[in-house]
Design a binder for this molecule. Sequence first.
Ligand code: CP
Length: 314
Amino acid sequence: MNNYFSIQDIDSLDNWVNEAIEMKKQPLSDKTLGADKTIGLLFFNPSLRTRLSTQKAALNLGMNVIVMNFTGEGWSLEYGDGTVMDQGNSEHVKEAAQVVSQYCDVLAIRAFAKLENREEDYQEKVLKNFIQYATIPVINMESATGHPLQALTDAITIAEYKPIHKPKIVLSWAPHPKALPQAVANSFVEMMQRMDADFVITHPVGFELASQITNEVPIEYNQEKAFKDADFVYVKNWSSYTDYGKSSQDQSWKITEEKMKLTNDAKFMHCLPVRRNVVIDDAVIDSDNSIVIEQANNRTYAAQLVLKKILEKN
Ligand code: CP
């Protein structure tokens, strides 16, 4: 594997999940694999979990880590081919990607959707240009349309907590005061189609994800009906794909104790950060069934597994 851009880069999901669970037992067992290698983390957007867990993963493998918050600190980048650069952008990605490649052995990038132009966001300009012009492997730390490190984390977490029977997993939309990208939901939906699960998506009308991502996954517009007998409830807000970037604060979709009682004692999952008492009631996130902290812990092992595979290949 050269790049980890999407979950399509996972060749055998079962093997990867099992390897990550084993790695979690002895996280320092490959401490020399990354010796004298450097990872560069470029952030065009804020982060807590992705930044620290990817750093931790690299340190567990003995790597050096360089972090740069690009927005506000890096030169503003131009991506267009043949652009006359007489406007705001100071540096072309062609040089930036090649220069960073000289300082690092692996590059990881976070660049969210701007939610202004769907076609532009779904072209994945930032990640795809860095992949094109960098001469080192590139890892997606959440791009405009996907968050594959989060989705791998979610698969690991579900494997750790899954019941004996084939689990029912519900992805539920929930309200949010800001318009959020579809990236986490997209990658989770893609991941669930690769897992042995009875998977359902529930959201209000108008919040359908891209059909090329949901494919044949059932959509249930009645949230309470969707929750019935669920073993896992994965909650995430996303803005509209069809009315691109439109948000909603419809509080009737908030996750409450009453709704969780409809489930089969379901585990509650969320990628975090989450707005308490807007997306989800305190009583749910603070309950014994909430596994969000362990889910966040697994971010390290997802990142470490991806890094290990890249280091072994390159
Ligand atoms: N879940 C996640 O990606 O968290 P951060 O935005 O804090 O990195």
